[in-house]
Design a protein around this ligand. Sequence first.
Ligand code: NAD
Length: 479
Amino acid sequence: MHMDFNSGYTMTIDGKACGTQGGLDVVNPATGDVFASAPAATAADLDEAVAAAHAALPAWKALPITARRELLIAAANAIKANADDLAHLFVREQGRPFEAARQEILFGSIWLKSVARQELPVEVVEDTPARRVEVHHEPLGVVCAIVPWNFPFLLAIWKIAPALLTGNTMVLKPSPFTPLCALKLGELWRDILPPGVFNVLCGGDELGPLMTAHAGFAKISFTGSTATGKRVMESAAKDLKRVTLELGGNDVAIVMPDVDVDQVAAEIFHGAFYNSAQVCVATKRLYIHDDIYDALRDRLHALALDATVGDGAEAGSQFGPVQNAPLHRRLLALIAEARAEGLTLLTGKAVPEGGGYFVPLTLVDNPPETARVVAEEAFGPVLPLLRFSDLDDVIRRANDSDYGLAGAVWSKDIEQAVSIAKRLDTGNVWINQNLQNTPAIPFAGRKQSGLGVENGVEGLKSFTQMKSIFIPKVQEEAA
Ligand code: NAD
């Protein structure tokens, strides 16, 4: 069967199409024009999706893990087989250039397959002549997964894969800005997964709070901003739903004086501007040692002047627009404010004019720490470069943030880099690399960057309830 990816966007409830189009306009960020319309779920749709997930739960969790694994591998293969169509749709709703969009789709398929092969065996924590104590990991129930628009596909997979493998059923809610690939994923899997196991709803701003308040969910797995994460946790507290929160960051990279500037500049640039800097773990404050500050600044500026920002659907675009109008307005205001404050801005190549949400790649030359462009998560291509000369001082400045998501250290001296990494109050630190993640590596934000863990065995466990079973051996001995 060949699916139509250019129209017919429906939600998936109980393995069936649901919702008429017309509730939610979807805008192409490269033009600012509405190009598709998606349904907006009602409270009744939500009740129906949760009921379907509950109805599917007993049979799904009773399956041996090997059977769930096979179904998830089939689901991953379906993504791969439709990667080009999904990637074209991704470009239109998210804005990213095609090849990078395709990478996210394919990576999603690989990620799903890889998680599907993970194991969560029963652990034996005591084994004495008197008894054996086993820890079992049981599914929590029906999971609510809420994702943002910056990596709308992969971040959904980060939740779907562990939730379903461990025997939960679920309802996924994509961002209202990027609902289409998630809706098509639901459609793609209608004939692969049993009805009710994977439901997809979309809607406007009211849908998220309705979901987090719904008594039918056992867990909320949320990725988005810190402000929304706090609301999610508050709502979940009413019936003590389990929560995992992956939130914002204002990540630092610290560049030591021994680096080869020409060698590291392109990678540092990539770590700051990939996906037009709309990455939770992008470098958002770049601390450069005084000895190499001017050289690296000039090199980064040259890269910005070289980079083409344009419609992701056009060949040659290396960076797309930012994803939505509110973010676009906020970034332009941030740049205007920096200019008004007399800060020095080093701007990249001119961006297309018209209704698209384009922002020129922008470096801010050594602003004060108190400038908004340093203190806040820009979540767009505006990068402050900050001079330092003293290591203790730069570590203090790096840690002086409510966030603690990730960070990077660039140095030839790996031993010193590791010692710096240990002093950063973040959940991840990369040394001489950037933006790396695999399904086996736990990802956990510190401070107001998150709560709980995604990925790795810990991530898998976060979709389960531990149960310790005490088994006496007395009868065995008597026999
Ligand atoms: P957002 O918080 O505005 O929205 C995220 C999701 O939450 C969307 O689906 C939205 O519809 C939904 N939502 C909004 N209000 C809600 C409510 N009251 N209750 C429940 N759900 C609600 O975030 P965004 O602008 O879509 O994403 C950008 C933010 O996400 C950035 O701060 C970025 O750093 C963060 N992020 C974090 C990670 C991570 O893994 N830590 C990954 C990607 C993005």
